[in-house]
Design a binder for this molecule. Sequence first.
Ligand SMILES: NC(=O)c1ccc[n+]([C@@H]2O[C@H](COP(=O)([O-])OP(=O)(O)OC[C@H]3O[C@@H](n4cnc5c(N)ncnc54)[C@H](OP(=O)(O)O)[C@@H]3O)[C@@H](O)[C@H]2O)c1
Length: 228
Amino acid sequence: MTIAVLGGTGPEGLGIAARLLAAGDDVIIGSRVAERAAAAAATLAAEVPGSRVHGARNPEAASAAELVIVAVATVGVDAVVADEPFATRLARQKVAFVLADYHELETTRRLLGGLFLNGMLGTRTDMVAERPEVVGKVVRTVKRALAWIDKHDAGQMVEALAPVQPEERATLLEVLRRRKNIYAPDGRFSDEQLDTVDRFLHVTEPATKVLSFSVRSCVEARWAGSMP
Ligand SMILES: NC(=O)c1ccc[n+]([C@@H]2O[C@H](COP(=O)([O-])OP(=O)(O)OC[C@H]3O[C@@H](n4cnc5c(N)ncnc54)[C@H](OP(=O)(O)O)[C@@H]3O)[C@@H](O)[C@H]2O)c1
C-alpha cells in the first residue's frame, strides 16, 4: 500500500514511516518544503535497505497515496474534515469540537445553500460502457440496502452491522440515531444536491482546475434515477 506521512520530517512521522517501510509498504514523506521531504526520504532509504520511499510537498503526497497519516506539529492543525463515526468519537473524547456538521440538513442549507449529496457509488467509465449489467447489479444491491434502512431503526441497523467493540457499538448507535434522515429511501438524487456539491468543491478547493469542474460530468443517473 502507498502511504503518505504528512509532516513526516518530524520525529513522530519519521518513526511511523520507518516502521511502515520495514513492513513493506511504499511511503511518501510529506513536507511543506519539497527539499525537506526529499532529504528525510533519503535518510529513511539509507536506514531501511530496499525500501520504496520518496518525498513530496504535503498536497502532492496526500493525493498520490491510498492512505494518509497526518503527523504535523500540533500547532499546524487548525481544523480537520472528519467523517462519521470518527467525528462523533473525537468530539466525545473532547479532542475536537464540531464547527459545522454537513449531515444536518439545516447546516448544509445555511452554509452551502442547498441539500448535499453525502454518498456516491463510483466506478471507471469503461465499466459503465462495457459492463453495464455489473453496474446495474451493484446499484440494485445498494437500493435494496437503502430500502432496508428505511424500514429499520438505528438499533436494528447496529445489530445488523454487529460491531465487536462496545465503544464502536455505542458510537454507531449515536451516529445512526442522528443520521437516519440522511439516507434516501431509494438512492435517487436531485439537481439541487449536485449543485450544492459543486459549490462545496469550489469554496473548499481553490485550485483553478477544480473551479471549472462540475460533479455532473461524472454522474450517471441511468440506474438510480434522479429526483425532480
Ligand atoms: N514526538 C512524540 O513523541 C509524539 C508522541 C505522540 C504524539 N505526537 C504528535 O504527533 C505529531 C507530530 O509530532 P512531532 O514531534 O514529529 O512534531 P514536530 O517535529 O513538531 O512537527 C512535525 C512536522 O510538522 C511540520 N509542521 C510544523 N509546523 C507546521 C505548520 N504550521 N503547518 C504544517 N506543518 C507543520 C514540520 O514539517 P515541515 O517543516 O517539513 O513541513 C515538522 O517536521 C504532533 O501532533 C504531536 O503532538 C508526538
